[in-house]
Design a protein around this ligand. Structure first.
Ligand SMILES: Nc1ncnc2c1ncn2[C@@H]1O[C@H](COP(=O)(O)OP(=O)(O)OP(=O)(O)O)[C@@H](O)[C@H]1O
Ligand SMILES: [Mg+2]
Length: 557
């Protein structure tokens, strides 16, 4: 009841979700209807088979021939099997297409929205929406909703057929319906609550295993092995508790259901036997009673089971729509000529929260300049770079790029074309070293890659690896040293040959000689880019034309 009330109060949202689902489903409507028609044909065939069975029994008891009817019966069984095979293949394909369609849409949305808006979500949360929520909707559209329509049609057809043979039994079967529906609703509600608890405990248990495996080194370094084992055991016990409760509830529910089935069955059986003894009906009609009473109850039970599923489909649609509502980042069509590029930031204010990190900050870097940015840890250096890269959506003030011909373009997703960026921290992907470098420029030739690697002082160590550029590295560059990973990330930026280069603590893990070599490589880049270097090291400053300092939420010279 509470759930119903909640649904009712939230009806405008639920309607929005439902409308979204309908709109999304439109291209698949034809195929879904075809599927429903086939299931309907199956229902009608089973009803015809009931009728045929009756005639066979009546003919047999009346001493008439029934061979032809048996043949018809067998042909129908074979036909049903063929339809069944077709249906299961068809619905699997349709489900896969449908769920991939939704996944692709969400993935595209995530990739093409502002980084900051998406980054608010936990990666695990995004993954859940991409996988289980999308799957839930697909199951709902391909399975649950056609099923509900199908069950309703089935119920009406069977009811009238039963009504034709016995008014009394038909009405009795209908009376069982509300009782069965209310009880399954009640049990279902309890079951759902337990299911949520079980899923939560399962998530906790899994994340613990995943996280401790990913940080195995820390577990060992702090001698946490026994502690980890104990924690795992506790989490498993918690999971087991909910699993046991859920299973107990499931058993009670299914027992109650089958019990009400049995009652219906026994009533039909006793009533049929009574009618036969009074010679009011034939044995054939008796077989109709028994099978139809069974069949009329199946859709009633089925319908009751669909209600929680509909609730969960709408919930998933809501979670997906939340992502759909994130605005896409603007990418302006017109790019200024990217010869030599400078940047101007004017009265810019930005904060991750209400508290700004940078306030009314201004700076200008002319084309071709080498500029260093310094400032204590946590002051906003990386944040400034993210703003220049237009990763954030809620910036006050103006950030624009300009070239030597005086053309100006406000920063947007498109102006990232001008920039080659080496982010702070290890940002390599799993895969080969070549693949990692090529991500900087998908059109790079082998020569371009080698040249960039040489300028980043990474060529020698890569060539010493047995597989060279084809060496496969793990997540976040696992298999390379920090300094080696940094040089690959620098080569990835160099290969882009962009007019503007941003290095965020890109050489922090390098020794002085290697760092010097990288900076000299940087000077040799052709064409020579404008360069913004964030650093804590004084030694780098001698390579720069100017030094900017972030202080008191402003950029000062
Ligand atoms: N995603 C985020 N959400 C909320 N606050 C953030 C986020 N990222 C950074 N901050 C905060 O913004 C401030 C500036 O962070 P930023 O990463 O720009 O510092 P930084 O100057 O690059 O420091 P470091 O030298 O340590 O790299 C910090 O106080 C930090 O806590
Ligand atoms: Mg930083």
């Amino acid at each position: 009841m509470e759930k119903l009330k909640k649904l009712w109060n939230d009806r405008s949202n639920q309607l929005r979700y439902a409308r979204w689902i309908i709109q999304y489903t439109r291209p698949y409507i034809g195929k879904i209807i075809l599927m429903m028609l086939i299931t309907l044909a199956q229902t009608i065939m089973t009803l015809v088979m009931v009728q045929v069975t009756k005639t066979i029994i009546d003919n047999a008891t009346g001493g008439n021939s029934f061979v032809n009817l048996i043949i018809i019966y067998i042909v129908m069984i074979v036909g049903m099997q063929i339809l069944e095979i077709f249906m299961s293949l068809f619905s699997t394909i349709l489900n896969e297409r449908f769920s991939f369609g939704i996944r692709k849409q969400i993935y595209e949305k995530i990739i093409k929205s502002h980084w900051m808006d998406v980054r608010k979500y936990h990666t695990g949360d995004l993954m859940t929406r991409l996988t289980s929520d999308a799957g839930n909707i697909a199951d709902g559209i391909i399975g649950t909703i056609p099923n509900i329509i199908q069950l309703c049609i089935e119920l009406i057809l069977i009811f009238f057929m039963l009504f034709y043979y016995s008014h009394l039994l038909a009405i009795f079967a209908l009376l069982v319906a509300p009782v069965a529906d209310v009880s399954t609703w009640w049990f279902g509600k309890k079951l759902r609550k337990l299911q949520v608890k079980l899923q939560e405990s399962e998530a906790a248990y899994r994340s613990f295993m995943q996280e401790s495996l990913a940080n195995l080194l820390i577990v060992k370094a702090f001698a946490n092995e026994d502690y980890s084992m104990e924690k795992l055991t506790k989490l498993r016990e918690n999971r087991f508790y909910w699993l046991y409760k859920r299973t107990k509830m499931g058993v009670v529910t299914s027992t109650a259901m089958s019990f009400s089935f049995q009652i219906g069955y026994i009533v039909a059986f006793a009533y049929g036997a009574l009618q036969i003894s009074r010679k009011v009906i034939t044995y054939g009609t008796m077989s109709v009673f028994i099978s139809l009473v069974n069949r009329v109850q199946a859709p009633i039970m089925g319908l009751a089971q669909q209600i929680p599923k509909v609730v969960s489909i709408l919930a998933s649609a809501g979670r997906i729509m939340e992502l759909q509502n994130i605005p896409l980042e603007e990418k302006e069509a017109k790019n200024i000529k990217a010869e030599r590029i400078g940047i101007e930031v004017m009265d810019m204010t930005f904060g991750y929260t209400d508290e700004p990190v940078l306030k009314d900050a201004s700076l200008k870097i002319n084309p071709g300049e080498f500029v260093a940015i310094v400032g204590e840890s946590g002051i906003g250096k990386t944040t400034l770079v993210r703003i220049m890269m237009s990763f954030m959506s809620n910036i006050e003030g103006k950030v624009s790029y300009f070239n030597e011909s005086g053309e100006v373009e406000n920063s947007n997703a498109g102006t990232r074309e001008f920039i080659a960026y080496v982010p702070q921290g290890n940002t390599l992907f799993s895969g080969t070293i070549r693949e990692n470098i090529r991500m900087g420029n998908l059109n790079a030739t082998e020569d371009d890659i080698i040249e960039a690697l040489k300028l980043a002082s990474g060529y020698d160590f890569v060539m010493e690896l047995p597989q060279g550029l084809d060496t496969v590295i793990g997540e976040r560059g696992h298999g390379l040293s920090e300094g080696q990973a940094q040089r690959i990330a620098i080569a990835r930026a160099f290969v882009r040959k962009s007019p503007f280069l941003i290095l965020d603590e890109a050489t922090s893990a390098l020794d002085e000689t290697t760092e010097l070599a990288v900076l000299q490589g940087l000077q040799k880049l052709t064409p020579r880019p404008t360069c913004l270097i964030i650093t804590h090291r004084k030694s780098i400053l001698q390579y720069c034309d100017r030094e900017l300092k972030i202080e008191d939420k402003k950029v000062s010279i």
